[in-house]
Design a protein around this ligand. Structure first.
Ligand code: UD1
Ligand code: CA
Length: 402
């Protein structure tokens, strides 16, 4: 197998998103779009990932620096996707392996699709391979032009399409695998000779075919995976599709989700077997939930929530940076922040941790088998000892405990 590197294009400003944040850092189900693309590359066996950055580069570099397999190339001026790859020429010089090129605004990418792309590239001994999709509504995407034998001839951007080409439903989702030296040779030939005046990566294919190299297009991308996110509406659509994936994976792993349409679960959340998620539950951030728990309805679990097995969280409970040990119950209207709670604790209705004194965040710990009466305010920093029974309506601080 040839050595593989990936180039992920992430330099564009995205006028269509109307945003100050680099587009690829916009989140889909709690993670930046770029994170899904990086993950898919790694899972497909890519040894080295080059991210092309430009607009808002500091923010992207800050997020992904310190990872050995990731490096950055700057595209100071965004002159098109082809130009973004031209900026990587130094990195490609002398590299004999395969170069995958992907767009950072395609979060619905799947590892399996990349594997199919690479397999096809290798078995066909192709110089340029791309994975395509068939869309009912292909508007906005580059169209795949094939000859009468079905061989790929090139990609035509929508704005450069003839009326006939615009009707083609096979589109370019932007998953490419090139032989390194062949790509390098083609990059020199790309010109900004099109309606938009940009250097198009898609034109590389045309030059590769014209030079007599083998190019293959495999229809391997499911229609719903093909989306490139160019607008806030598409961002929300990608989020919906990703949410369905997350929930269906959880359900396969034995989690009951009573009403998927009215539940939102972060891509980073982990949930154990036979846990039931009631409607209107919102799980955001890195959250771990054990087995046999009952969560919601109307529960809000935030970053840093860790629940052991058999925990019950009822209506209007909010948790953040909080650990609950097995068998603990927080049934109604409570807020627990920065708390460590032991086993079989009962947190009565309407009880809260006062974890912020106006200046700093403070910790609360509650021992096993404690009983916190309804309507209690636990003023942090506070340690409630094991088995302690707190009267309903208590306002409790550390002085009261000692
Ligand atoms: C591109 C493809 C189109 C394909 C579609 C799939 C080209 C010319 N067109 O169009 O065939 O159907 O994606 O979603 O490639 N970028 C840079 N530098 C630049 C320009 C873009 O890094 O100078 C990055 C962007 O940040 C983005 C990605 O490349 O992540 C794609 O660019 P975008 O402008 O969204 O291309 P599309 O018009 O969607
Ligand atoms: Ca795009």
């Amino acid at each position: 197998m040839a050595e593989k590197i990936a180039i992920i294009l992430a330099a564009g400003q995205s006028t269509r998103m109307n945003t100050k944040l680099p587009k690829v850092l916009h989140e889909v189900c709690g993670r930046p779009m770029l994170a899904y693309v990086v993950d898919a590359c790694r899972a497909a066996g890519v040894q080295k990932v080059i991210i092309v950055v430009g607009y808002g580069k500091e923010q992207i570099i800050e997020r992904y620096s310190g990872q050995d397999d990731i490096s950055f190339v700057e595209q100071a001026e965004q002159k098109g996707t082809g130009h973004a790859v031209i900026c990587c020429k130094d990195q490609l010089e002398g590299f004999a392996g395969d170069v995958m090129i992907l767009y950072g605004d395609a979060p619905l990418i799947r590892t399996e699709t990349l594997t199919t792309l690479v397999d096809k590239h290798e078995t066909e001994v192709s110089s340029a391979t791309l994975a395509t999709a068939i869309l009912e509504e292909p508007a906005g995407y580059g169209r795949i032009v094939r000859d009468t034998y079905g061989n790929i001839q090139g990609i035509v951007e929508e704005r450069d399409c003839s009326d006939k080409q615009r009707k083609i439903q096979e589109i370019n989702p932007g998953y490419y695998c090139f032989n390194g030296p062949v790509l390098l040779e083609a990059l020199d030939k790309i010109t900004p000779d099109n309606e938009k005046g940009e250097y198009y990566l898609t034109d590389a294919l045309h030059f590769i075919i014209a030079a007599g190299h083998k190019a293959v297009a495999v229809t391997a991308v499911a229609a719903e995976d093909a989306m490139g996110v160019n607008s806030r509406v598409q961002l929300s659509e990608a989020g919906k599709i990703m949410q369905q994936r997350i929930q269906s994976d959880l359900m396969s792993n034995g989690v009951t989700i009573v009403d998927p349409d009215n539940t939102w679960i972060d891509a980073r959340a982990e949930i154990g077997q036979d846990t039931v998620i009631e409607p209107f539950t919102y799980i955001h951030g890195i959250v771990t939930i054990g087995a046999g728990c009952r969560i919601g309805p109307f529960a809000y679990l935030r970053d840093g929530t860790v629940l052991a097995d058999d925990v019950v969280l009822g209506v209007f409970t909010e948790l953040k940076d909080t650990t609950l040990a097995g068998g603990t119950r927080v049934r109604h209207h409570s807020y627990l922040g920065d708390a460590k709670v032991g086993k079989n604790v009962n947190i009565g209705a309407g009880s809260i941790t006062a974890n912020f004194d106006g200046r700093q965040i403070l910790q609360t710990s509650i021992g096993d088998d404690a009983f916190i009466g309804p309507g209690s305010v636990l003023i942090a920093p506070l340690e409630v000892k094991q088995g302690v029974h707190i009267r309903p309506g208590s306002v409790l601080s550390q002085e009261d405990q000692s």
